[in-house]
Design a protein around this ligand. Sequence first.
Ligand SMILES: [Fe+2]
Length: 172
Amino acid sequence: MFNLNLFAIHSMYIYRISLICIFYVKGDIDTIINLAPALKFNGGGHINHTIFWQNLSPNGGKPSDALTKAVEKDFGSWENMKNQLANSSVAVQGSGWGWLGYNKQMKKLQIATCQNQDPLQATTGLVPLFGIDVWEHAYYLQYKNVRADYVKAIFDVANWNDVSARFEKALK
Ligand SMILES: [Fe+2]
């Protein structure tokens, strides 16, 4: 899960965003419009991976009481939430992300998936709390092509302190 290959990929997203910003600074609007899909992809890739690195830790603690209560209210149990998130993430067609997000309007937690590097908040309105990168580059080195084993194992290295802090912030 943690490897240099992924850091190299993340750096590439940031590099491409900076190239697009150069056109913006130059006021080259036609080029910017042409590059909008690239900005979504590379901007999303940067946002998603920044959350992902913070979402993972070998010593991630336990979910806060507030997060535990909300999960039990919205999913029935912690186990149900994990199963729904795992199943949705495994079922993503091709490359993408599985997310536990918070719906501020409905005041509830929701599971969602995104294709490619589409950022969760910009495309669904949900506040991202915990993301699972199901691009093959995230798991191929350790899990070959068995996405389900990788998704199951990721809960053991989830940084619940970070996920709980994101939830607390989303409630404000
Ligand atoms: Fe990735």
